[in-house]
Ligand binder design. Structure first.
Ligand SMILES: NC(=O)NCCC(=O)O
Ligand SMILES: [Zn+2]
Ligand SMILES: [Zn+2]
Length: 484
């Protein structure tokens, strides 16, 4: 059935204007003034509201096996939570075990994701390296529609890869027109620091934060940037949390390197005092990597979003229950790393960003959908309110308010790291694939409504990097022959 959203202000990343939006058959069919409602159309009145492209969260871990357990939100609860917060697409990670085929991991994640209520895609993680991985990367890109590969520089002994593997994989990504992603923390140093804090008797959640200082992130970010440059590839740095890491990205971009940075909503509004809380469960519930930083880092991240040196705000949604977190009682190294955020990202970012003047509403759209759609090569199908784009839309009421509380959330865990945050500016209707997926405080989308979004490779950046490298490469000096 067609749906007409009438009387709102359409906000895209590059402009806003008063316009009605007509959707039919899953796509946007018209954007303009005073559109007529076709016969039988449902009309949504949007006076006083903004009409935004649905949010895209490029970093989630739903039903992820990790640190001896599995994250609590699966593709059903996670995507329903997403829709209630205005997010209409998530990009999750296929994580092959050591020695496991990438293709087998893809099949596993496709199976889990059949429950998704909103659209989704995948990144493929490179967790080990050998010829089969090199070979299968081509199938992952060309057959499975995954154009991004994730690399962990942390989690020594589990997901971590070394520099040799990184260089090889980044080069392979460039050759395939794919984008490498990196979790940038120096896993060797973290390992040593963890042992140090345990040895001196710091066993609580604060030890997690002490053993992952900004320096381990800055070093790994710099290293990944330089390795990507030498391999001729672009680079996307996930969960950029510190000033030093942001500065490494900004410096690289100023030097002409194609590097992107992704702060999380958690790092933008929460700080490391959370780990000093006397309540063990409270502090453990905030354990994630990188950890929350001291407040001075937040100004740098906000500035980066406004200046364009950081492009995307994600959640890294990886939620664990209180019981799961308690696996680390007596040893912070065993607390499963991760926090939730899928339903809170857009409202909390609007409140802390747009309401304070740190972001314009167009910048809000850029960092919550349009930029990531462009980086992942799904723009303008996603990330735009435009004719022909998918009808993933949010009717956003800038005057609507709520106080975040775990009691009302759709995520399966018992707490919320944003508990008590006051939000002004909320989604009141979310459309996904042309259907009302969330309205009047209720999820209407069903388990399985989400579609898999395949993404084409995009070799332009790798070709440009290779062209420049060929032009500027070291060459042998031509000399006159020396007669012996
Ligand atoms: N971030 C986190 O603590 N957990 C999820 C896995 C990862 O992204 O590192
Ligand atoms: Zn990570
Ligand atoms: Zn993650």
């Amino acid at each position: 059935m067609p749906i007409l959203i009438r009387g709102g202000i359409v906000v895209n990343h590059d402009h806003s204007r008063p316009a009605d939006v007509l959707v039919d058959g899953g796509t946007i069919t018209a954007v303009g003034r005073k559109l007529d409602a076709p016969k039988g159309a449902e009309v949504i009145e949007a006076d006083g509201c903004f009409v935004l492209p649905g949010g895209i969260d490029p970093h989630t871990h739903l039903e992820m096996p990790f640190m001896g357990t599995t994250s609590a939100d699966d593709f059903e609860s996670g995507t329903k939570a997403a829709l209630s917060g205005g997010t209409t697409m998530v990009v999750d990670f296929c994580l092959p075990g050591s020695g496991q085929s990438l293709l087998a991991a893809y099949q596993e994640w496709r199976h889990k994701s059949e429950k998704a209520a909103c659209d989704y895609g995948f990144h493929m993680a490179v967790t080990w390296w050998d010829k089969p991985v090199f070979d299968e990367m081509e199938t992952v890109v060309k057959t499975y529609g995954i154009n991004t590969f994730k690399h962990f520089l942390a989690y020594k002994g589990a997901l971590m890869v070394n520099d040799d593997e990184l260089f090889a994989s980044f080069g392979r990504c460039a050759g395939l027109g794919a984008l490498p992603l990196v979790h940038a923390e120096n896993g060797d140093v973290v390992f040593r620091l963890q042992q140090h804090y345990i040895d001196i008797g710091v066993t609580g959640p604060e030890g997690h934060s002490y053993s992952r200082p900004p320096e381990v992130e800055a070093e790994a970010t710099n290293r990944a940037i330089m390795i990507a440059d030498m391999a001729g590839s672009q680079l996307y740095v996930v969960h950029t949390s510190s000033r030093e890491a942001h500065e490494a990205i900004a410096r690289a971009r100023a030097a002409g390197k194609r590097v992107y940075g992704e702060p999380l909503i958690q790092h933008l509004v929460l700080d490391d005092r959370e780990y000093q809380n006397k309540d063990w469960d409270y502090a453990a519930g905030r354990v994630m990597s990188p950890p929350f930083r001291d407040k001075s880092n937040q100004d740098s991240l906000w500035a980066g979003l406004a200046a364009g040196s950081l492009q995307v705000v994600a959640t890294d949604h990886c939620a664990f229950t209180v019981a799961q977190k308690r696996m680390g009682l007596g040893d912070f190294r065993k607390i499963p790393n991760g926090t939730g955020g899928l339903e809170d990202r857009m409202p909390v970012l609007w409140a802390a960003g747009v309401n304070t003047g740190r972001l314009t509403k167009e910048e809000f759209v850029a960092v919550t959908s349009a930029n990531i759609a462009r980086i992942l090569n799904v723009y303008p199908r996603k990330g735009a309110v435009a004719v022909g784009s998918d009808a993933d839309l949010v009717v956003w009421d800038p005057g609507a308010t709520k106080t975040v509380t775990a009691r009302k959330q759709l995520s399966r865990i018992e707490y919320n790291v944003f508990e008590g945050h006051e939000c002004r500016g909320l989604p009141i209707v979310t459309l996904s694939g042309g259907r009302i997926a969330w309205a009047e405080g209720q999820v209407r989308a069903e388990k399985g409504d989400g579609r898999y979004v395949a993404r084409d490779p995009f070799p332009a950046a790798a070709v440009a990097n290779a062209t420049w490298k060929e032009l500027t490469r070291p060459r042998a000096v031509q000399r006159l022959e020396v007669t012996p």
